[in-house]
Design a binder for this molecule. Structure first.
Ligand SMILES: [Zn+2]
Ligand SMILES: [Zn+2]
Length: 213
């Protein structure tokens, strides 16, 4: 697996490009903004884009979709519980006063237990609500593409409309049971590992203790 990333837009969101270098196939996770930057990443990889996978539909994770799809009209997959957030993208962006191009409706639904592939790479979809009702993560090839669930030293906000703090706790408990060696590639900030966060992140090792008690 080859992984490339660009940090884009006013919310400094990490967009992830997952590439199977032998098959020359790729997917974008959360193409959030600055589609020209993302298209350059893809071009550098030499791969063909197969799809766009969304961890959730906050506007900082979906603002690059329209621009990417003009060049690569690939299917966009999202958990259906984030449909209301997806539809509110443009109006939310207007409230923040930031430029935003509303993407077309998504093409397919993600759900717990699905297995997604790109080339020979395989990822399991875990539904982990809390930060957003339809928040999912993609787990495979030794890595987690984690959106705004778990950050290095922190977690995603639970005070926004559509957030559910209790669901977030359950989702973090689930994260705490994943193999410690897994890399975590989050929606904001630097990458980390489950093990590092179990050692140092009170939001994760707190729920881990509760879980073991
Ligand atoms: Zn978010
Ligand atoms: Zn975000």
């Amino acid at each position: 697996m080859h992984v490339a990333t660009a940090t884009v837009g006013p919310f400094q969101e990490n967009s992830w490009l997952i590439v199977d270098p032998s098959a020359h196939r790729a997917v974008f996770v959360d193409p959030g903004d600055e589609p020209e930057v993302l298209l350059a990443l893809l071009e550098q990889s030499g791969a063909t884009l197969d799809a766009i996978w969304l961890t959730h539909a906050h506007l900082d994770h979906i603002g690059g979709i329209a621009g990417v799809r003009r060049r690569w009209p690939v299917p966009v997959l999202m958990h259906p519980l984030d449909q209301p957030l997806f539809e509110r993208g443009a109006s939310q962006a207007a409230r923040y006063g930031i430029p935003f191009e509303q993407p077309d409706p998504v093409d397919g639904e993600l759900s717990e237990g699905m297995r997604l592939t790109v080339g020979a790479l395989a990822f399991d979809v875990l539904h982990v609500p809390g930060h957003a009702p339809g928040h999912v993560i993609f787990v495979g090839e030794g890595a987690i593409f984690g959106g705004d669930l778990l950050f290095a030293g922190s977690i995603g906000r639970t005070d926004l409309p559509g957030c559910d703090p209790e669901a977030m706790q359950r989702s973090l408990e689930r994260m705490a049971t994943l193999p410690p060696e897994l890399a975590v590639h989050p929606g904001h900030g630097p990458s980390t590992t489950i093990g590092e966060e179990l050692r140092s992140n009170p939001f994760l090792n707190g729920v881990a203790r509760v879980k073991r008690a």
